[in-house]
Design a protein around this ligand. Sequence first.
Ligand SMILES: NC(=O)c1ccc[n+]([C@@H]2O[C@H](COP(=O)([O-])OP(=O)(O)OC[C@H]3O[C@@H](n4cnc5c(N)ncnc54)[C@H](O)[C@@H]3O)[C@@H](O)[C@H]2O)c1
Length: 327
Amino acid sequence: MESFSGKLAVVTGGGSGMGRELVRQLAAQGCSVAACDWHAAAVARAAAAAQPDAPPGVLVTGHSCDVSEEEQVLRFRDELLEQHSAGHVDLVFSNAGIGGGASFVRGPREAWERTFAVDWWGVYYVARAFLPLLIASGDGVLVNTSSVDGFWATGGPGMPNTAYSAAKFAVKGFTEALIEDLRANAPQVRVAVVMPGHVGTDILANSRRAQGLPEPSEMSQAQLEELIPPGARTGLVRAGLLPADASVEDLRRTLTQMENDFRDKAPLRAAEAATIILDGVRSGSWRILVGKDASMLDAAVRAQPEAAYDYRTLFGAMAQRAREAAG
Ligand SMILES: NC(=O)c1ccc[n+]([C@@H]2O[C@H](COP(=O)([O-])OP(=O)(O)OC[C@H]3O[C@@H](n4cnc5c(N)ncnc54)[C@H](O)[C@@H]3O)[C@@H](O)[C@H]2O)c1
């Protein structure tokens, strides 16, 4: 697929971050887009903002849909086919995702299952609903967003990330398994798995809201401790970002700061990430790493799989590679 012009793309989680940028860039490149989000107002705004930059004849629509509910995915499919007067779709970006369910050992079961439901079952239901329409395209591409947590199952020292990693490993495994299945049974469709490193978006705040948690200023001590576990707190104290005898107020301030810094101090912005994803899809790649951090981590884990969770060895090897690359 050398150009997106004249195609119809589906983007889940189109209301924010990389999804919103995919909607904007696809539309600007002449591709009609049907975007969904469980946050209906956000996706309506994203669709309306993308439309003016699109060439004549391109339609951008926003739809309300929680991808973890199969009936809602099927309703979204039927709604977009009607609004776009279409009998097939050419591209599906299964991008919607949330964080949460960090600790399997200590955390609430609901947060774990909510994260897994969105990040895994959402991708599964979307693939089920849209594969026949990609086959009907004659030249379809299914693009599933995993993460570096799809090949490295941790947030780093003291920061377990169990539900998210389990779901993102599943997305990566499913997508890779489809390569041969499609080659054998539906060669007019191909797949790609997207594995971003750190991209500056509102995913931390959006995930907190998706998990039903209030703004940091309203959070209880137990809720704060769930989001900033003891191991992470030790790291924050060491980095001078939190006093050793942190009060509840300190934790609230730090959480707000973490959400903002995640968005504002990332090595890559959402628009740059979307461009990398679209370039990867156009080039025919099935494996799209987004960001230098993702590429370095991927190389380090592949080089020494046994050291993946031995942070000193892993980070040491990454620093060594970075020095060599810098000459
Ligand atoms: N930002 C990063 O550093 C990063 C890194 C690796 C992977 N990812 C993955 O990239 C994808 C996009 O993340 P982002 O950073 O742009 O986040 P984001 O929060 O900015 O955007 C995600 C969008 O998905 C929507 N969404 C969440 N749950 C949904 C549901 N059940 N149904 C429909 N829509 C839903 C949200 O409302 C939001 O608009 C996610 O799958 C995420 O896991 C992000």
